[in-house]
Design a protein around this ligand. Structure first.
Ligand SMILES: [Zn+2]
Length: 126
């Protein structure tokens, strides 16, 4: 598993084995944001310092911009003559709302993957 696949699966960036989140289902809304403090396999502490995951907001912003540009270009290329722009806006807002749990998790996973080197042999004390 490479770093990108591990990030998409929200696996530990150091060993690619431990889960980052308590529940694998991002739509388990009560536990949407609940993360393990450490990797169950290698012991990596996910939140290295207070506010570490604020950087994930930049990743979330980039994902949302990419989604908006893709959806808007797709709308103008394929749907403009069929769907009124008001329905497009409504659909886009609904899509963004529905994808929020997925984007939240993906942003954190990508952020920590950027900041952590893959090293499956390394183990940390808890
Ligand atoms: Zn790990």
């Amino acid at each position: 598993m490479n770093n990108i696949v591990a990030a998409l699966k929200t696996k530990c960036p150091r060993c690619h084995e431990g889960d980052m989140f308590i529940k694998n289902n991002p739509y388990a809304l009560g536990n949407m944001m609940t993360m393990h403090t450490h990797c169950s396999t290698c012991g990596l502490r996910y939140e290295r310092e207070a506010g570490f995951f604020y950087g994930a907001m930049y990743i979330s912003y980039a994902i949302n911009i990419a989604l908006f540009v893709t959806a808007t270009v797709g709308y103008y290329l394929f749907l403009e003559s069929v769907v009124d722009w008001r329905w497009y806006i409504f659909g886009y807002v609904a899509l963004t709302f529905l994808l929020t749990p997925v984007i939240f998790r993906l942003s954190r996973s990508i952020w920590i993957a950027i900041m952590t080197k893959y090293d499956p042999e390394k183990r940390s004390e808890r």
